[in-house]
Design a protein around this ligand. Structure first.
Ligand SMILES: [Zn+2]
Length: 937
């Protein structure tokens, strides 16, 4: 049965009649509700002209004066008329259709709230007389259910009225049929306001009986209302996918049942095949078990309640002292049964409805049912707009979606450059083995345990919670499957979605593993124990000239890769995947940069959640993704006034934080922050003018000044520009952006960076450079540092192991310590200099850090000796001191200045002769006797 409704605003003239015939023709309606006919009993309305092929019947409520009038028209053969009834704002007919009592109510509601309430009340009263009837109430209700059903006239929304309307719908036990192709049914003359005034409310049963898929909103022509009609194509989308319900797990029979199926399903072949077959067997069993056990849920609750009540009656009849223990026990059991069955049912319904059941305060199963069905209707895709026009029908929609995702997962063939003839650095055998080690049972278990159990990851319907629950007997098959994947490197077609969910988790583990290997390589000496990291990982990932080691930060790289989706999301608004997201998460998708709350996140899919987190999590205090995008203002309909960067180099939120604090619409679009009037654009930013005093007023004046010459361009298109745009967004560029933001942690003086640079260039072995880097950064495990970090306790423990007099810090251990001074003295005299004189002439108390030591050397030395010290000697001396100190601490060697000096000279010789690859013409003896001669190599 197709029913159309149209507020026609008078149907006296031929143009209106023509328009009405078009609506009936377009909709193929059997019944037509017309409102505001403005016709009177005496007018001659040509009813038969609406349907050309059959005799039509009608019922009417006449207009009073120049306004109102309701007319219901129908094809006589559609049903048998029993009676008609009228009241304030409605005209109903009671008909017999397919053996049902059907009530068709045509609504033209007054705009006065008292009259609306009268209308609702009358109808509810009337319905009470026919509780078993089916109802279809449609027309112009002149009110809305929620705020988003109105646009433009924002002050026109009345919450109380909306709640009353909602009550009416609930009391009538009706369901609001969603609109398919438009959001609104009414538009005012200049298009500045629109709302959803017209609708159909129908009995739940009619969805199936009529095959209702939604409401089609027709074109608006002669009236300010659009015609609407029920879309009644019975659609069969094919078999419903299997879905796993968490509530099953709570049932006592569940685990034994699954274990039984699992153990008794014997299949040979590949692990993936075995796993698939077992899951399939479980699926089939669970489906029938669900019908047997959970189909009876309501019945079981009723039974348990009945039992408890009859026991209560028994107790009431017994004498005071006659309460038998067995009755009391039975009563306890019955009471527990009531709670258990109710708990089971609620749990089951809760997951089905996937909504916060506490919201309505009780476990209203009717509410759950309606939410459940409503969700299904909302998720139902009745039509799809594509570049090739609008698609309808199961086959077309299915194949469009299939092809879209297929193209996303196929790679076009292209000629790519090859990497032949390049020599890469090669991993050591141990490192390679570690990276390639097969997944361990514990690793797989960890991933399963870390995952969100409630989410059903895909079309196979098994959530990871299923694996958790049944881990004991499914683990062998799961581990076999994952290890088979590891060996073969391909996922078979039969791979189920749950296991695909394991894969994105796995790269994350790989990521952590890589970082762990890198860290251990740097700080540890193997052995697997946890090593202390002396410099933060982010800092290590900076370039050497910025104080790091130039290690590639795989985490940042991963962020950059993920953010590509974020960028495409903002720029690919015509893509189907964007439309699907919008469909699912609503239109509040404008800014990825908004930090999303945890509770919102839990409703998101894993993939979407990850993208939101990558693009929405602040990095070192920056909305790194949002702040990296600047906009070129066009129409202003996709740029956020405060949050996007569209004026100058920073967002208005950052420029005017105080104003942003008090603004009324933090997420307002530019186009909604002003309007065109008298041929010009004037800004209406939405800041309460009473707040504009003092500093706020100053800010405000400045903002107005900035905005003065700016206006949106009605024909333009808003454009997004990525940070330092050269050719748009690239992963490389995003990585650079992340790198730049992380530069904030590279705190250090120009002197430090200059010395580090010199160190990296020095002709000394790599391990010594690394030592020198730690020495300059203050990241050596001297006793004072260890004491600071709580590794050793007690002030005495932080004393210098050489002299036991002062704390061991870099400035002391490497220069000021009495035991160390001798070494420097000898080294200086080796170069023909007097260390004591130099030491006396400097302020030794100020020497604390490695940088201070270097500054002392810088001020004390001259000419070529100085450059020699800085290119070579200081790392050599300090490295030797450190080694000798470690031998003393850990191997209890003696502190022998002569030996240390000899070591310095001979190590120095090794470096010179090896690193200069023999291009020297001095001898070892000459080096030992007079190193100054070697200067100028
Ligand atoms: Zn000392």
């Amino acid at each position: 049965m197709i029913i159309a409704s149209y507020n026609i605003r008078g149907c006296g003239c031929n143009a209106k009649l023509h328009s009405l015939r078009k609506v009936v023709g377009d909709s193929k309606a059997d019944v037509c509700f017309i409102q505001e006919t403005k016709i009177h009993a005496i007018d001659n309305f040509p009813v038969d002209s609406v349907w050309s092929d059959s005799l039509a019947d009608w019922s009417s409520k006449w207009a009073v004066g120049r306004s109102g009038g309701i007319l219901t028209l129908w094809k006589k053969k559609s049903f048998i008329l029993v009676s008609s009834f009228v009241g304030e704002g409605f005209l109903g007919i009671h008909v017999l259709w397919s053996g049902f009592n059907l009530f068709l109510v045509n609504v033209y509601s007054s705009c006065f709230i008292e009259k609306k309430r009268a209308f609702w009340g009358r109808l509810v009263e009337f319905k009470a007389k026919f509780p078993d009837g089916l109802w279809c109430v449609g027309g112009d209700f002149n009110t809305v259910r929620v705020k988003v059903e109105r646009k433009g006239i924002s002050n026109n929304f009345n919450l109380k009225e909306a709640e009353d309307f909602e009550d009416f719908i609930r009391s009538m036990d009706l369901v609001d049929v969603p609109l398919i192709n438009k959001k609104f049914t009414w538009f005012n003359l200049d298009g500045s306001a629109c709302s959803r005034l017209d609708r159909f409310l129908i009995s739940e049963k009619l969805f199936d009986l009529w095959g209702v898929g939604g409401i089609v909103v027709g074109d608006r022509s002669i009236s300010d209302h659009c015609p609407i009609w029920l879309n009644c194509k019975i659609v069969d989308w094919g078999p419903k996918p299997f879905k796993f319900f968490k509530g099953w797990c709570e049932h006592d029979e569940f685990t034994p049942l699954v274990r039984d199926v699992w153990k008794n399903t014997f299949r040979g072949g590949k692990a993936s095949y075995i796993l698939k077959e077992k899951l399939l067997a479980v699926k089939i069993k669970l489906k029938s078990w669900n019908k047997e056990v959970f189909g009876m849920l309501d019945l079981n609750v009723d039974k348990a309640v009945g039992e408890l009540n009859s026991l209560d009656l028994m107790v009431a009849d017994l004498a005071e002292d006659g309460l038998v223990d067995s009755v009391r026990r039975n009563r306890e059991v019955a009471s527990k049964e009531v709670w258990d069955t109710m708990f089971l049912r609620d749990n089951f319904l809760r997951q089905k409805a996937r909504c916060n059941w506490i919201r309505l305060g009780d476990t209203n199963s009717k509410f759950f049912h309606s939410v459940m069905k409503g969700r299904f209707r909302r998720n139902n895709i009745a039509s799809l707009i594509t570049p090739r026009g609008r698609l309808e029908g199961v086959e077309d929609i299915k194949s469009e979606i299939f092809n879209h995702f297929k193209s996303r997962f196929t790679e076009p063939m292209e000629n790519r450059p090859t990497l032949d003839g390049l020599n890469f650095n090669v991993l050591s055998v141990e490192d390679r083995d570690l990276l390639e080690a097969p997944f361990q049972v514990d690793e797989i278990k960890e991933i399963v345990w870390l995952s969100d159990c409630d989410k059903s990851p895909g079309p196979d319907g098994f959530p990871l919670g299923f694996l958790k629950k049944c881990w004991n007997f499914v683990k062998d098959d799961v581990v076999n499957f994952v290890q088979e994947f590891y060996v073969r490197g391909v996922l078979p077609r039969s791979a189920t979605a749950s296991f695909l969910a394991l894969i994105p988790k796995a790269p994350k583990c790989v990521l952590e593993e890589i970082i762990k290997i890198q860290r251990n390589f740097l700080w540890g000496d193997g052995g697997g124990s946890r090593k202390m990291c002396w410099v933060s990982w982010d800092k290590i990932c900076l370039r050497t000239e910025e104080g790091g080691l130039g290690v590639k930060n795989v985490e940042w790289f991963n962020l950059a890769l993920m953010s590509k989706w974020g960028w495409r999301f903002l720029n690919d608004k015509h893509a189907i995947w964007f439309k699907l997201l919008q469909f699912r998460y609503g239109s509040g998708l404008q800014s990825l940069g908004d930090v999303v709350s945890k509770s919102t996140l839990s409703n998101y899919s894993l993939w979407w959640r990850d993208i939101r987190l990558v693009c929405g999590t602040p990095l070192r205090g920056h909305d790194w993704f949002g702040d990296s995008i600047s906009c070129k203002l066009g129409r202003g309909n996709s740029i956020l006034f405060w949050k996007h960067c569209w004026l100058g180099n920073s967002s208005l939120k950052l420029l005017f934080p105080r104003l942003f604090e008090v603004c009324s619409f933090p997420n307002a679009l530019v186009i909604n922050c002003g309007l065109w009037e008298n041929g010009g654009w004037s800004w209406k930013v939405g800041v309460d003018s009473t707040l504009l005093v003092g500093e706020l007023l100053e800010d405000w004046k400045e903002l107005i000044e900035i905005l003065k010459d700016v206006k949106p361009c009605t024909n333009g298109v808003d454009k997004l520009i990525w940070w330092r745009d050269v050719g748009g967004f690239s992963v490389r560029n995003a990585f650079k952006r992340l790198y730049t933001l992380n530069l904030a942690i590279s705190n250090g003086s120009d002197f430090r960076f200059c010395e580090l640079k010199r160190l990296w260039k020095a002709t000394i072995p790599w391990k010594v450079k690394l030592f020198g880097w730690r020495w300059i950064l203050g990241a050596l495990p001297t006793r004072k540092e260890l004491w600071h970090r709580g590794v050793i306790l007690g002030v005495e423990a932080s004393l210098c192991p050489l002299c036991d007099l002062e704390e061991e810090f870099v400035g002391h251990l490497f220069l000021k310590c009495g035991k160390v001074k001798f070494i420097w003295k000898e080294v200086f005299s080796w170069f023909g200099l007097d260390f004591d004189v130099l030491l006396r002439s400097s302020d030794i108390d100020t020497i604390v850090t490695g940088e201070d030591v270097l500054l002392f050397l810088l001020n004390s030395l001259d000419g070529r000796v100085k450059s020699y010290f800085f290119a070579f000697i200081w790392p050599l001396v300090c490295w030797s001191i450190w080694n000798a100190r470690n031998s003393l601490v850990f191997e209890h060697s003696n502190w022998n200045v002569v030996e240390i000096l000899l070591l310095i000279k001979s190590i120095g010789w090794d470096w010179i002769s090896i690193l200069s690859k023999g291009n020297i013409d001095i001898t070892r003896d000459l080096w030992f006797a007079n190193p100054a001669n070697c200067i100028g190599l």
